[in-house]
Design a protein around this ligand. Structure first.
Ligand SMILES: Cc1cc2nc3c(=O)[nH]c(=O)nc-3n(C[C@H](O)[C@H](O)[C@H](O)COP(=O)(O)OP(=O)(O)OC[C@H]3O[C@@H](n4cnc5c(N)ncnc54)[C@H](O)[C@@H]3O)c2cc1C
Length: 489
Protein backbone atom coordinates (compact mmCIF):
# COMPACT_ATOMS: atom_id res chain seq x y z
CA UNK A 1 0.00 0.00 0.00
CA UNK A 2 1.19 3.56 -0.69
CA UNK A 3 -0.23 6.66 0.94
CA UNK A 4 -0.37 10.44 0.55
CA UNK A 5 0.65 12.53 3.55
CA UNK A 6 -0.62 16.05 4.18
CA UNK A 7 2.00 17.71 6.35
CA UNK A 8 0.27 20.35 8.44
CA UNK A 9 2.43 23.22 9.61
CA UNK A 10 0.97 26.69 10.17
CA UNK A 11 -2.09 25.81 8.08
CA UNK A 12 -4.21 24.13 10.75
CA UNK A 13 -7.55 23.96 8.94
CA UNK A 14 -9.60 21.69 6.71
CA UNK A 15 -11.11 24.27 4.35
CA UNK A 16 -9.30 26.29 1.67
CA UNK A 17 -6.59 23.73 2.21
CA UNK A 18 -4.75 23.19 -1.08
CA UNK A 19 -2.48 20.43 0.26
CA UNK A 20 -5.50 18.40 1.33
CA UNK A 21 -7.31 18.92 -1.99
CA UNK A 22 -4.21 17.79 -3.90
CA UNK A 23 -3.76 14.75 -1.68
CA UNK A 24 -7.44 13.82 -2.11
CA UNK A 25 -7.07 14.06 -5.87
CA UNK A 26 -4.13 11.64 -5.81
CA UNK A 27 -6.62 8.84 -5.02
CA UNK A 28 -4.21 7.40 -2.43
CA UNK A 29 -5.25 6.87 1.18
CA UNK A 30 -4.68 10.22 2.92
CA UNK A 31 -3.03 10.75 6.30
CA UNK A 32 -2.81 14.15 8.03
CA UNK A 33 0.41 14.66 9.99
CA UNK A 34 1.37 17.32 12.50
CA UNK A 35 4.61 17.21 14.42
CA UNK A 36 5.45 19.14 17.59
CA UNK A 37 9.09 19.45 16.59
CA UNK A 38 11.78 19.73 19.29
CA UNK A 39 13.45 22.22 16.92
CA UNK A 40 10.55 24.63 17.43
CA UNK A 41 9.64 23.70 20.98
CA UNK A 42 13.10 24.81 22.09
CA UNK A 43 13.13 27.95 19.91
CA UNK A 44 12.96 31.16 21.96
CA UNK A 45 10.49 32.73 19.55
CA UNK A 46 7.86 30.34 20.89
CA UNK A 47 6.29 29.74 24.27
CA UNK A 48 3.67 27.49 25.86
CA UNK A 49 0.82 29.71 24.65
CA UNK A 50 1.65 28.88 21.02
CA UNK A 51 1.68 25.11 21.51
CA UNK A 52 -1.51 25.32 23.51
CA UNK A 53 -3.17 27.13 20.60
CA UNK A 54 -1.82 24.55 18.15
CA UNK A 55 -3.10 21.67 20.32
CA UNK A 56 -6.56 23.28 20.41
CA UNK A 57 -6.47 23.64 16.63
CA UNK A 58 -5.52 19.98 16.22
CA UNK A 59 -8.32 18.90 18.53
CA UNK A 60 -10.73 20.82 16.36
CA UNK A 61 -9.41 19.12 13.20
CA UNK A 62 -9.52 15.69 14.82
CA UNK A 63 -13.12 16.09 15.86
CA UNK A 64 -14.22 17.05 12.37
CA UNK A 65 -12.55 14.18 10.53
CA UNK A 66 -14.94 11.37 9.58
CA UNK A 67 -12.40 8.76 10.81
CA UNK A 68 -9.13 8.77 12.75
CA UNK A 69 -6.65 9.97 10.15
CA UNK A 70 -4.62 12.50 12.08
CA UNK A 71 -1.15 11.50 13.25
CA UNK A 72 0.39 13.84 15.79
CA UNK A 73 4.03 13.25 16.69
CA UNK A 74 6.66 14.95 18.79
CA UNK A 75 10.08 14.11 17.44
CA UNK A 76 12.61 15.19 14.87
CA UNK A 77 10.91 15.66 11.48
CA UNK A 78 13.10 13.23 9.56
CA UNK A 79 12.77 10.49 12.14
CA UNK A 80 8.97 10.90 12.06
CA UNK A 81 8.87 10.70 8.26
CA UNK A 82 11.18 7.69 8.31
CA UNK A 83 8.93 5.95 10.82
CA UNK A 84 5.78 6.73 8.80
CA UNK A 85 7.47 5.65 5.57
CA UNK A 86 8.40 2.28 7.05
CA UNK A 87 4.86 1.76 8.33
CA UNK A 88 2.79 3.05 5.42
CA UNK A 89 5.05 3.66 2.42
CA UNK A 90 4.63 7.39 1.74
CA UNK A 91 4.35 7.96 -1.99
CA UNK A 92 3.34 11.61 -2.02
CA UNK A 93 3.86 14.40 0.45
CA UNK A 94 1.82 17.62 0.32
CA UNK A 95 2.26 20.83 2.27
CA UNK A 96 2.28 24.56 1.76
CA UNK A 97 5.47 26.51 1.18
CA UNK A 98 6.42 27.79 4.59
CA UNK A 99 7.85 31.31 4.89
CA UNK A 100 9.44 30.84 8.26
CA UNK A 101 12.53 31.31 10.34
CA UNK A 102 15.89 30.06 9.16
CA UNK A 103 15.56 26.85 11.19
CA UNK A 104 12.38 25.77 9.38
CA UNK A 105 13.94 26.68 6.02
CA UNK A 106 16.93 24.46 6.81
CA UNK A 107 14.61 21.73 8.03
CA UNK A 108 12.65 21.92 4.78
CA UNK A 109 15.85 21.51 2.80
CA UNK A 110 16.67 18.32 4.70
CA UNK A 111 13.10 17.07 4.18
CA UNK A 112 13.53 17.71 0.44
CA UNK A 113 16.72 15.62 0.49
CA UNK A 114 14.98 12.91 2.47
CA UNK A 115 12.16 12.84 -0.09
CA UNK A 116 14.60 12.54 -3.00
CA UNK A 117 16.47 9.77 -1.24
CA UNK A 118 13.26 7.84 -0.49
CA UNK A 119 11.52 8.47 -3.83
CA UNK A 120 8.74 10.48 -2.21
CA UNK A 121 7.34 13.28 -4.34
CA UNK A 122 6.81 16.48 -2.33
CA UNK A 123 4.43 19.14 -3.67
CA UNK A 124 4.36 22.51 -1.94
CA UNK A 125 1.56 24.98 -2.67
CA UNK A 126 2.32 28.71 -2.30
CA UNK A 127 1.50 30.50 0.95
CA UNK A 128 -1.33 32.99 0.26
CA UNK A 129 -0.05 35.47 -2.36
CA UNK A 130 3.61 35.14 -1.45
CA UNK A 131 5.90 34.24 -4.36
CA UNK A 132 9.05 32.26 -3.60
CA UNK A 133 12.30 33.77 -4.86
CA UNK A 134 10.69 36.90 -6.31
CA UNK A 135 13.47 39.48 -6.90
CA UNK A 136 11.18 42.56 -7.07
CA UNK A 137 7.52 43.62 -6.90
CA UNK A 138 6.71 43.69 -10.61
CA UNK A 139 3.13 42.44 -11.06
CA UNK A 140 2.84 41.57 -7.39
CA UNK A 141 -0.33 43.58 -6.61
CA UNK A 142 -2.14 42.03 -9.55
CA UNK A 143 -1.03 38.60 -8.39
CA UNK A 144 -2.36 39.33 -4.88
CA UNK A 145 -5.81 40.20 -6.27
CA UNK A 146 -5.84 37.13 -8.50
CA UNK A 147 -5.00 34.79 -5.63
CA UNK A 148 -7.43 36.41 -3.18
CA UNK A 149 -10.34 36.37 -5.64
CA UNK A 150 -9.75 32.80 -6.85
CA UNK A 151 -12.03 29.98 -5.71
CA UNK A 152 -11.21 28.53 -2.31
CA UNK A 153 -9.66 25.05 -2.34
CA UNK A 154 -12.27 22.82 -0.74
CA UNK A 155 -13.22 19.18 -0.88
CA UNK A 156 -15.89 17.01 0.70
CA UNK A 157 -14.30 15.47 3.80
CA UNK A 158 -16.62 12.46 3.58
CA UNK A 159 -15.51 11.53 0.09
CA UNK A 160 -11.75 11.51 0.82
CA UNK A 161 -10.06 8.12 0.87
CA UNK A 162 -8.72 8.51 4.43
CA UNK A 163 -6.14 6.18 5.90
CA UNK A 164 -7.71 4.87 9.10
CA UNK A 165 -5.31 4.71 12.05
CA UNK A 166 -5.59 1.91 14.56
CA UNK A 167 -6.55 2.38 18.20
CA UNK A 168 -2.94 2.47 19.41
CA UNK A 169 -1.87 5.18 16.93
CA UNK A 170 -4.99 7.18 17.76
CA UNK A 171 -4.18 7.04 21.45
CA UNK A 172 -0.63 8.21 20.76
CA UNK A 173 -1.98 11.16 18.78
CA UNK A 174 -4.41 12.03 21.55
CA UNK A 175 -1.72 11.82 24.19
CA UNK A 176 0.51 14.22 22.24
CA UNK A 177 -2.29 16.72 21.83
CA UNK A 178 -3.29 16.42 25.47
CA UNK A 179 0.27 16.73 26.64
CA UNK A 180 0.54 20.13 24.98
CA UNK A 181 -2.85 21.14 26.24
CA UNK A 182 -2.19 20.18 29.82
CA UNK A 183 1.54 20.90 29.94
CA UNK A 184 0.92 24.34 28.61
CA UNK A 185 -2.14 24.81 30.76
CA UNK A 186 -0.09 24.57 33.91
CA UNK A 187 2.23 27.31 32.62
CA UNK A 188 -0.47 29.60 31.30
CA UNK A 189 -1.86 32.20 33.63
CA UNK A 190 -3.73 34.38 31.23
CA UNK A 191 -6.69 34.68 28.97
CA UNK A 192 -5.82 33.72 25.44
CA UNK A 193 -7.88 33.38 22.29
CA UNK A 194 -8.77 29.73 21.73
CA UNK A 195 -7.42 27.94 18.65
CA UNK A 196 -9.41 26.15 15.95
CA UNK A 197 -11.14 26.68 12.62
CA UNK A 198 -14.55 26.97 14.24
CA UNK A 199 -13.30 29.67 16.59
CA UNK A 200 -11.71 31.54 13.70
CA UNK A 201 -15.02 31.72 11.84
CA UNK A 202 -16.88 32.82 14.95
CA UNK A 203 -14.41 35.66 15.43
CA UNK A 204 -14.61 36.63 11.75
CA UNK A 205 -18.41 36.58 11.70
CA UNK A 206 -18.72 38.61 14.88
CA UNK A 207 -16.41 41.23 13.35
CA UNK A 208 -18.66 41.68 10.33
CA UNK A 209 -21.87 41.45 12.36
CA UNK A 210 -21.07 44.40 14.62
CA UNK A 211 -17.56 44.73 16.11
CA UNK A 212 -15.94 45.95 12.89
CA UNK A 213 -18.19 48.93 12.23
CA UNK A 214 -16.07 51.13 14.52
CA UNK A 215 -12.77 49.51 13.42
CA UNK A 216 -11.26 52.58 11.71
CA UNK A 217 -12.03 54.79 14.70
CA UNK A 218 -10.90 52.48 17.51
CA UNK A 219 -7.92 50.59 16.14
CA UNK A 220 -5.28 52.68 17.89
CA UNK A 221 -6.88 52.61 21.33
CA UNK A 222 -5.27 49.89 23.45
CA UNK A 223 -8.56 49.29 25.23
CA UNK A 224 -11.18 49.51 22.47
CA UNK A 225 -9.07 47.82 19.81
CA UNK A 226 -9.49 44.60 21.76
CA UNK A 227 -13.14 44.61 20.76
CA UNK A 228 -13.19 46.52 17.49
CA UNK A 229 -10.11 45.14 15.74
CA UNK A 230 -10.75 41.87 13.95
CA UNK A 231 -8.65 39.76 16.38
CA UNK A 232 -7.99 37.40 13.48
CA UNK A 233 -4.21 37.51 13.78
CA UNK A 234 -3.62 34.23 15.67
CA UNK A 235 -6.04 32.44 13.33
CA UNK A 236 -4.19 33.77 10.30
CA UNK A 237 -0.77 33.13 11.83
CA UNK A 238 -1.57 29.49 12.62
CA UNK A 239 -3.70 29.01 9.54
CA UNK A 240 -7.05 28.29 11.19
CA UNK A 241 -8.43 30.48 8.43
CA UNK A 242 -6.88 31.57 5.15
CA UNK A 243 -6.33 35.17 4.12
CA UNK A 244 -8.43 34.45 1.03
CA UNK A 245 -11.37 33.35 3.20
CA UNK A 246 -11.10 36.59 5.17
CA UNK A 247 -10.76 38.76 2.06
CA UNK A 248 -13.73 37.11 0.35
CA UNK A 249 -15.84 37.69 3.44
CA UNK A 250 -14.77 41.33 3.37
CA UNK A 251 -15.82 41.65 -0.28
CA UNK A 252 -19.19 40.10 0.52
CA UNK A 253 -19.76 42.89 3.08
CA UNK A 254 -18.31 45.69 0.97
CA UNK A 255 -21.59 47.55 0.52
CA UNK A 256 -22.67 47.38 4.15
CA UNK A 257 -24.08 50.86 4.92
CA UNK A 258 -22.01 53.00 7.28
CA UNK A 259 -19.04 50.64 7.22
CA UNK A 260 -17.00 51.96 4.29
CA UNK A 261 -14.21 53.73 6.22
CA UNK A 262 -13.65 50.70 8.39
CA UNK A 263 -13.77 48.25 5.51
CA UNK A 264 -11.23 50.26 3.52
CA UNK A 265 -8.89 50.37 6.54
CA UNK A 266 -9.33 46.65 7.14
CA UNK A 267 -8.71 45.87 3.48
CA UNK A 268 -5.35 47.72 3.62
CA UNK A 269 -4.29 45.59 6.59
CA UNK A 270 -5.06 42.40 4.68
CA UNK A 271 -2.82 43.62 1.85
CA UNK A 272 -0.05 44.44 4.31
CA UNK A 273 -0.20 40.90 5.65
CA UNK A 274 1.25 39.35 2.48
CA UNK A 275 3.31 42.43 1.64
CA UNK A 276 5.39 42.02 4.81
CA UNK A 277 5.65 38.25 4.52
CA UNK A 278 6.83 38.70 0.92
CA UNK A 279 9.54 41.07 2.21
CA UNK A 280 10.76 38.41 4.61
CA UNK A 281 10.61 35.73 1.92
CA UNK A 282 12.74 37.89 -0.39
CA UNK A 283 15.23 38.89 2.29
CA UNK A 284 15.09 36.31 5.05
CA UNK A 285 18.45 37.13 6.63
CA UNK A 286 16.66 40.08 8.22
CA UNK A 287 16.15 37.55 11.01
CA UNK A 288 19.77 38.19 11.94
CA UNK A 289 20.74 41.65 10.67
CA UNK A 290 19.21 44.99 9.77
CA UNK A 291 17.62 44.88 6.33
CA UNK A 292 19.55 48.09 5.66
CA UNK A 293 23.19 47.07 6.12
CA UNK A 294 24.07 50.72 6.71
CA UNK A 295 22.70 50.31 10.25
CA UNK A 296 24.95 47.37 11.19
CA UNK A 297 27.02 49.55 13.50
CA UNK A 298 24.37 51.87 14.86
CA UNK A 299 25.62 52.56 18.43
CA UNK A 300 23.60 50.64 21.02
CA UNK A 301 24.23 50.10 24.71
CA UNK A 302 25.50 46.75 25.96
CA UNK A 303 26.51 44.88 29.13
CA UNK A 304 24.81 45.22 32.51
CA UNK A 305 22.93 48.40 31.67
CA UNK A 306 21.43 46.92 28.49
CA UNK A 307 20.44 43.78 30.37
CA UNK A 308 18.85 45.76 33.20
CA UNK A 309 16.82 47.87 30.78
CA UNK A 310 15.82 44.85 28.72
CA UNK A 311 14.56 42.99 31.80
CA UNK A 312 12.53 45.97 32.98
CA UNK A 313 10.95 46.27 29.51
CA UNK A 314 10.24 42.53 29.28
CA UNK A 315 8.56 42.44 32.66
CA UNK A 316 6.57 45.66 32.38
CA UNK A 317 8.55 47.44 35.10
CA UNK A 318 10.08 50.42 33.33
CA UNK A 319 8.24 53.02 35.40
CA UNK A 320 6.53 54.39 32.25
CA UNK A 321 2.87 53.42 32.76
CA UNK A 322 1.79 53.07 29.13
CA UNK A 323 4.77 50.87 28.28
CA UNK A 324 4.30 48.69 31.35
CA UNK A 325 0.54 48.36 30.89
CA UNK A 326 1.01 47.19 27.29
CA UNK A 327 3.67 44.66 28.20
CA UNK A 328 1.65 43.28 31.11
CA UNK A 329 -1.41 43.04 28.88
CA UNK A 330 0.63 41.12 26.31
CA UNK A 331 2.01 38.73 28.88
CA UNK A 332 -1.49 38.00 30.17
CA UNK A 333 -3.44 37.88 26.90
CA UNK A 334 -0.99 37.52 23.99
CA UNK A 335 -2.55 40.54 22.29
CA UNK A 336 -2.01 44.26 21.89
CA UNK A 337 -2.89 46.46 18.92
CA UNK A 338 -0.52 47.68 16.22
CA UNK A 339 0.12 51.16 17.62
CA UNK A 340 1.12 49.84 21.02
CA UNK A 341 3.39 47.18 19.49
CA UNK A 342 5.11 49.95 17.56
CA UNK A 343 5.43 52.01 20.74
CA UNK A 344 6.96 49.09 22.68
CA UNK A 345 9.64 48.59 20.03
CA UNK A 346 10.26 52.31 19.70
CA UNK A 347 10.71 52.60 23.45
CA UNK A 348 13.16 49.69 23.61
CA UNK A 349 15.27 50.73 20.66
CA UNK A 350 15.11 54.53 20.75
CA UNK A 351 14.54 55.51 24.36
CA UNK A 352 16.38 52.61 26.00
CA UNK A 353 18.98 52.34 23.19
CA UNK A 354 18.88 48.54 23.23
CA UNK A 355 19.63 46.65 19.99
CA UNK A 356 16.41 45.43 18.30
CA UNK A 357 17.80 41.86 18.20
CA UNK A 358 17.69 41.73 22.01
CA UNK A 359 13.92 42.25 22.11
CA UNK A 360 12.60 40.61 18.98
CA UNK A 361 12.31 37.09 20.41
CA UNK A 362 10.66 38.23 23.61
CA UNK A 363 7.81 39.92 21.75
CA UNK A 364 7.49 36.91 19.44
CA UNK A 365 7.15 34.63 22.44
CA UNK A 366 4.36 36.70 23.98
CA UNK A 367 2.47 37.50 20.75
CA UNK A 368 0.01 34.66 20.31
CA UNK A 369 -0.04 35.65 16.63
CA UNK A 370 3.73 35.49 16.09
CA UNK A 371 4.22 35.43 12.33
CA UNK A 372 7.92 35.59 11.36
CA UNK A 373 7.47 37.58 8.14
CA UNK A 374 5.33 40.32 9.65
CA UNK A 375 7.16 40.35 12.94
CA UNK A 376 10.70 40.85 11.67
CA UNK A 377 9.72 43.36 9.01
CA UNK A 378 7.66 45.42 11.43
CA UNK A 379 10.18 45.18 14.25
CA UNK A 380 12.95 46.56 12.07
CA UNK A 381 10.70 49.28 10.72
CA UNK A 382 9.83 50.48 14.22
CA UNK A 383 13.47 50.15 15.30
CA UNK A 384 14.38 52.61 12.53
CA UNK A 385 16.85 50.36 10.71
CA UNK A 386 15.25 50.17 7.27
CA UNK A 387 16.32 53.58 6.00
CA UNK A 388 13.20 53.88 3.82
CA UNK A 389 10.47 54.59 6.35
CA UNK A 390 9.71 57.84 8.15
CA UNK A 391 11.66 58.04 11.41
CA UNK A 392 9.04 57.71 14.12
CA UNK A 393 9.98 57.88 17.77
CA UNK A 394 6.90 57.36 19.90
CA UNK A 395 6.55 59.33 23.10
CA UNK A 396 4.82 56.87 25.46
CA UNK A 397 3.49 59.65 27.69
CA UNK A 398 1.81 61.33 24.73
CA UNK A 399 0.52 57.98 23.48
CA UNK A 400 -0.99 57.33 26.88
CA UNK A 401 -2.61 60.75 27.11
CA UNK A 402 -4.06 60.47 23.60
CA UNK A 403 -5.05 56.81 23.41
CA UNK A 404 -5.96 56.16 27.04
CA UNK A 405 -7.02 59.64 28.23
CA UNK A 406 -8.79 58.46 31.39
CA UNK A 407 -6.09 55.92 32.18
CA UNK A 408 -8.60 53.03 32.26
CA UNK A 409 -6.28 50.70 30.36
CA UNK A 410 -3.36 51.57 32.64
CA UNK A 411 -5.46 51.10 35.77
CA UNK A 412 -6.56 47.67 34.60
CA UNK A 413 -3.04 46.38 33.98
CA UNK A 414 -1.20 48.29 36.70
CA UNK A 415 -3.50 48.08 39.72
CA UNK A 416 -0.84 49.85 41.82
CA UNK A 417 -1.74 53.02 39.93
CA UNK A 418 -5.51 52.58 40.05
CA UNK A 419 -5.98 55.23 42.74
CA UNK A 420 -4.43 58.01 40.63
CA UNK A 421 -6.54 60.60 38.79
CA UNK A 422 -6.31 60.78 34.98
CA UNK A 423 -4.21 63.95 35.17
CA UNK A 424 -1.43 62.15 37.04
CA UNK A 425 -1.61 58.57 35.85
CA UNK A 426 0.65 58.98 32.81
CA UNK A 427 3.45 60.65 34.79
CA UNK A 428 3.38 59.21 38.32
CA UNK A 429 7.00 60.29 38.94
CA UNK A 430 5.73 63.88 39.17
CA UNK A 431 3.70 63.10 42.30
CA UNK A 432 4.77 65.19 45.26
CA UNK A 433 5.45 63.39 48.58
CA UNK A 434 2.13 64.76 49.79
CA UNK A 435 0.29 63.36 46.76
CA UNK A 436 1.99 60.00 47.23
CA UNK A 437 0.58 59.89 50.74
CA UNK A 438 -2.86 60.97 49.54
CA UNK A 439 -3.02 58.35 46.79
CA UNK A 440 -1.24 55.67 48.86
CA UNK A 441 1.49 55.13 46.33
CA UNK A 442 5.13 55.10 47.30
CA UNK A 443 7.26 55.67 44.21
CA UNK A 444 10.22 53.34 43.89
CA UNK A 445 8.47 50.90 46.24
CA UNK A 446 4.94 50.27 44.93
CA UNK A 447 5.79 51.26 41.37
CA UNK A 448 9.26 51.93 39.88
CA UNK A 449 10.69 55.31 39.05
CA UNK A 450 11.19 55.66 35.26
CA UNK A 451 14.37 54.02 34.01
CA UNK A 452 14.99 56.88 31.54
CA UNK A 453 14.09 60.53 31.23
CA UNK A 454 11.73 60.45 28.24
CA UNK A 455 12.35 64.02 27.08
CA UNK A 456 16.10 63.53 27.13
CA UNK A 457 16.08 60.08 25.54
CA UNK A 458 13.77 61.35 22.79
CA UNK A 459 16.14 64.19 21.88
CA UNK A 460 19.18 61.89 21.89
CA UNK A 461 17.47 59.29 19.73
CA UNK A 462 16.29 61.89 17.27
CA UNK A 463 19.77 63.35 16.87
CA UNK A 464 21.32 59.93 16.41
CA UNK A 465 18.78 58.66 13.88
CA UNK A 466 18.85 61.81 11.75
CA UNK A 467 22.64 61.85 11.75
CA UNK A 468 22.64 58.26 10.42
CA UNK A 469 19.90 58.78 7.88
CA UNK A 470 22.17 60.42 5.31
CA UNK A 471 25.21 58.18 5.66
CA UNK A 472 26.21 56.96 2.18
CA UNK A 473 25.73 53.27 2.98
CA UNK A 474 22.31 53.88 4.52
CA UNK A 475 21.21 55.84 1.45
CA UNK A 476 22.62 53.27 -0.98
CA UNK A 477 20.99 50.42 0.88
CA UNK A 478 17.72 52.38 1.02
CA UNK A 479 17.70 52.57 -2.78
CA UNK A 480 18.37 48.85 -3.06
CA UNK A 481 15.51 48.11 -0.64
CA UNK A 482 13.09 50.30 -2.58
CA UNK A 483 14.00 48.55 -5.83
CA UNK A 484 13.44 45.17 -4.30
CA UNK A 485 10.45 45.53 -2.00
CA UNK A 486 8.41 48.41 -3.33
CA UNK A 487 6.42 48.47 -6.55
CA UNK A 488 8.06 50.77 -9.09
CA UNK A 489 6.25 53.86 -10.39
C1 LIG B 1 6.69 45.37 16.14
C2 LIG B 1 5.48 44.71 15.51
C3 LIG B 1 5.42 43.34 15.44
C4 LIG B 1 4.32 42.71 14.86
N1 LIG B 1 4.28 41.34 14.82
C5 LIG B 1 3.23 40.71 14.29
C6 LIG B 1 3.17 39.29 14.27
O1 LIG B 1 4.08 38.59 14.72
N2 LIG B 1 2.06 38.71 13.73
C7 LIG B 1 1.03 39.46 13.19
O2 LIG B 1 0.04 38.88 12.71
N3 LIG B 1 1.09 40.80 13.19
C8 LIG B 1 2.13 41.46 13.73
N4 LIG B 1 2.17 42.84 13.74
C9 LIG B 1 1.15 43.58 12.97
C10 LIG B 1 -0.13 44.01 13.71
O3 LIG B 1 0.18 44.70 14.88
C11 LIG B 1 -1.05 42.82 14.03
O4 LIG B 1 -1.27 42.07 12.85
C12 LIG B 1 -2.42 43.27 14.52
O5 LIG B 1 -2.28 44.10 15.64
C13 LIG B 1 -3.23 42.02 14.87
O6 LIG B 1 -4.49 42.35 15.38
P1 LIG B 1 -5.82 42.11 14.53
O7 LIG B 1 -5.87 40.74 13.98
O8 LIG B 1 -6.96 42.52 15.39
O9 LIG B 1 -5.57 43.13 13.35
P2 LIG B 1 -6.52 43.91 12.36
O10 LIG B 1 -6.19 45.33 12.48
O11 LIG B 1 -7.92 43.49 12.51
O12 LIG B 1 -5.97 43.44 10.92
C14 LIG B 1 -6.39 42.25 10.25
C15 LIG B 1 -5.19 41.44 9.86
O13 LIG B 1 -4.37 42.17 8.95
C16 LIG B 1 -3.00 41.88 9.19
N5 LIG B 1 -2.31 43.09 9.65
C17 LIG B 1 -2.82 44.07 10.41
N6 LIG B 1 -1.90 45.02 10.62
C18 LIG B 1 -0.81 44.64 9.97
C19 LIG B 1 0.48 45.21 9.80
N7 LIG B 1 0.81 46.39 10.33
N8 LIG B 1 1.39 44.53 9.08
C20 LIG B 1 1.08 43.35 8.50
N9 LIG B 1 -0.13 42.76 8.63
C21 LIG B 1 -1.06 43.40 9.35
C22 LIG B 1 -2.97 40.82 10.29
O14 LIG B 1 -2.92 39.56 9.70
C23 LIG B 1 -4.28 41.06 11.00
O15 LIG B 1 -4.73 39.91 11.67
C24 LIG B 1 3.27 43.49 14.33
C25 LIG B 1 3.33 44.88 14.41
C26 LIG B 1 4.42 45.49 15.00
C27 LIG B 1 4.47 46.98 15.10
Amino acid sequence: MAIAVVWLKRDLRLSDQQALVSAAKSGLPVLLVYNFEPLLLSDEHYSARHWHFVAESLNDIKQRLPINSLWVGSEDMLSLFTKLHQRFNISKLYSYQEVGLNNTFERDKSVANWCTHNQVSWSESPYAAVIRGKPNRDGWDHHWQTVMRADTANCDLNSINWLELNQKDTLTTESHINQFLSDSNSKLHGEFQAGGELQAWQVLNSFFENRGKAYAFKLSSPQYSQLHCSRLSPYLAWGNISLRQVYKTLLAHWNQTGWRKSLVAFSSRLHWHCHFIQKFESESDMEFRPVNRGYENLPRISGELALKRLRAWQQGNTGIPMVDACMRCLIATGYINFRMRAMLVSFLCHHLEVDWREGVKHLASVFLDFEPGIHYSQFQMQAGVTGINTIRIYNPIKQGQEKDPNGDFIKHWIPELSGLPATLIHTPWLLTPMEQMMFELELGVDYPMPIVDIEQSYKQAQQLLWSWRNKPKVVMEGQRILQRHVRQG
